[in-house]
Design a protein around this ligand. Structure first.
Ligand code: COA
Length: 284
């Protein structure tokens, strides 16, 4: 058996190598996504390289006490040789002090994570559509475009619903796709919000957070119906049938499933039932 090549921390100069792995697996990330892992406090990416080629990566990101593992990617030609396990062990060593570590597992990754002690929480489904305006009802509800000045109240609400502070991420999404940032509020406060971001192959809508499915539907209708022809993915926790039925009615089709998994117990669960779409498996 070949010795496992050495690990090291990823730098900005390695992003092109990370992008090559994304393209080889049909993933959607852009350079700015990798940069978020490199720039966020207490976060980073470990990689394995041979002869200047990046063979595998594992990223970790901190949201307060919750740490998130992502970008577990091994070059297709190098799989099943222990690189994934080696990368995961290193990322977990960097997170030894984290109260709780989470990730969204693909079927390819799930057995590896189980071996490291991760336990499944709930399932998620990736849905995807090319937006067809004609399939949406007229947007009649109170959703409105989010403004920069709304971000503080939205991030405060997000802390309760997500269970940790991901304000840095939401501010980045607001900049990258302001047309996807919608919200509903009234005198009692923020009732719902959506964010989105561009990707290499499609846009991702998420998070979508709402007090109820009707609010989620209203925001999605306002947000998506003007974006006719754009391809969107929405990653939906399998917790609300009504919401999933709505997405299917406007053309979203199920593509694949993930399992949300946690290590050391999930101590900051927030309010999962209010999370109609996650940010994406790489960002929780
Ligand atoms: C998931 C992924 C990162 C795993 O990487 P990997 O380098 O193949 O992982 P490992 O080699 O450590 O382990 C994978 C399997 O190979 C086996 N294996 C490890 N070393 C081996 C060896 N020397 N000989 C044969 N098999 C070996 C492991 O037992 C494991 O088996 P199992 O999963 O069937 O139980 C990789 O498959 C990948 O990039 N997939 C596409 C992207 C993806 O889905 N990522 C996960 C996101 S959550």
């Amino acid at each position: 058996m070949q010795p496992v090549p050495a690990l090291r921390a990823m730098t900005i100069d390695d992003i092109a190598g990370g992008m090559r792995l994304c393209r080889a697996s049909g993933w959607n990330q852009l350079e700015e996504d990798w940069r978020l892992f490199l720039d966020s406090p207490g976060s980073g990416v470990v990689l394995i390289e041979r002869g200047g080629n990046v063979l595998g990566t594992a990223a970790y990101l901190r949201y307060d006490a919750l740490a998130w593992i992502a970008m577990m990617l091994v070059d297709p030609a190098e799989r099943r040789a222990g690189l994934g396990a080696h990368l995961l062990a290193e990322a977990l060593a960097a997170l030894a002090d984290a109260t709780c570590v989470g990730l969204d597992a693909t079927p390819a990754g799930e057995p590896l994570y189980r071996r490291f002690g991760f336990v499944g929480d709930y399932s998620l489904v990736r849905t995807k559509a090319t937006v067809d305006r004609a399939r949406f009802p007229n947007p009649l509800g109170p959703a409105r475009h989010m403004l920069q000045s709304d971000l503080e109240a939205v991030c405060r609400r997000d802390r309760e619903v997500f269970g940790a502070d991901r304000g840095r991420l939401l501010a980045a999404w607001f900049e990258r796709a302001p047309e996807c940032a919608w919200m509903v509020d009234d005198a009692s406060g923020v009732k719902g919000y959506t964010f989105g971001r561009p990707g290499y192959r499609y846009y991702q809508l998420g998070p979508v957070v709402a007090t109820d499915a009707a609010t989620a539907r209203d925001m999605a209708t306002h947000c998506l119906s003007p974006l006719n022809g754009r391809v969107f993915a929405i990653d939906v926790p399998l917790l609300d049938e009504e919401w999933l039925d709505f997405l299917k009615s406007v053309g979203f089709a199920e593509e694949r499933r993930f399992v949300r998994m946690f290590l050391r117990g999930h101590v900051h669960p927030g309010i999962p039932a209010r999370q109609y779409a996650i940010c994406g498996p790489e960002f929780a």
